[in-house]
Design a protein around this ligand. Structure first.
Ligand code: PMP
Length: 292
């Protein structure tokens, strides 16, 4: 197999040599941010939107990214070229960098930038037709006043605790509510419900990441004349929906067939979900930055 090259602070190093300090605050405290991005057929899908979110997250947590926006885009392109990757997943991480054992970020003079690119297959094609079994969990989404889920931070413990509950329940993904009981998102994706032809997703202020795939679906709905709303809803609305689907960079648009033992619609991917998956896949190699 060809060597995998990892971008580490301006250098390309092999996977074995891609090491960071044990004093890195990303490791010690989850102090940092990241992006998960896809390359489809040589096109970095929604590159600008991902970099915008990265730089917004950095600003929000007062993290100085040592690369300009253009340098970051160039680093992504260069990493993909080095690895000859035309289809796959890009993990871009900016950590606060090495400091001391205290949590003060002022002790971390240099943020660290890491880019890992790999092939990806999270769900089988079959799963897009059958849909996922999901559960709601007792673990609540971080409240925006404490750690705003709009920041794509390295601190994913909230999501990991949810994933543990989901695993214990034998489910493929979990649905998180906020402290008021409104549905927010999955452990690693946004959620949509469809009822009588109307598609609804929770507003991000309830406690959800403003997903790039979520925005792409909203855009497709608006362009293609689907009725789409951003409105709060409860688990009851999920149970009685005609269709439920999740969106994310890795997951794309994947149907939910079961929630807390309730069968959704016909118990497999519904027609609107499949149509949106099709529409989504028709733009992924067009909208973005061309590498090849
Ligand atoms: N919510 C969470 C918590 C996530 O981790 C992700 C995946 N990055 C998403 C939603 C979906 O966002 P995107 O479409 O930008 O991948």
């Amino acid at each position: 197999m060809a060597e995998q090259w990892i971008y580490l602070d301006g250098q390309f190093v092999t996977k074995e040599n891609a090491k960071v300090s044990v004093y890195d605050h990303g490791f010690l405290y989850g102090d940092g941010i990241f992006e998960g991005i896809r390359i489809y057929n040589g096109n970095i899908f929604k590159c600008k939107e991902h970099l915008d979110r990265l730089y917004d997250s950095a600003k929000s947590i007062m993290l100085n990214i040592p690369l300009t926006y253009q340098e970051m885009e160039d680093a992504l392109v260069e990493t993909l070229r080095r690895n000859e990757l035309r289809n796959g997943y890009i993990r871009l991480v900016v950590s606060r960098g090495a400091g001391n054992l205290g949590l003060d970020p002022n002790r971390c003079p240099n943020a660290s930038v890491i880019i890992i690119v790999e092939q990806l297959a999270i769900y089988s094609e079959e799963a897009y037709k059958t849909g996922l079994k999901t559960v709601s969990v007792s673990q609540r989404r971080n409240i925006p006043d404490a750690l705003n889920p709009k920041i794509k931070s390295l601190n994913y413990l909230n999501n990991i605790l949810v994933k543990i509950q989901s695993n214990l329940a034998g489910a493929g993904e979990a649905i998180m509510m906020n402290a008021q009981g409104y549905v927010t998102e999955g452990s690693g994706d946004n959620i949509f419900i469809v009822k009588n032809g109307v598609i609804t997703t929770p507003p991000c202020y309830l406690g959800a990441l403003d997903g790039i795939t979520r925005q792409a679906i909203i855009e497709i709905c608006n362009n293609k004349g689907y009725k789409i709303k951003e409105e709060p809803f409860s688990m009851h609305d999920v149970y009685v929906a005609d269709e439920v689907f999740l969106t994310g960079t890795a997951a794309e648009v994947i149907a939910v067939r079961e929630v807390d033992g309730r069968i959704i619609g016909e118990g497999h991917a519904g027609p609107i979900t499949l149509k949106l998956l099709d529409e989504f896949r028709s733009i992924v190699d067009k909208d973005g930055v061309k590498v090849w």
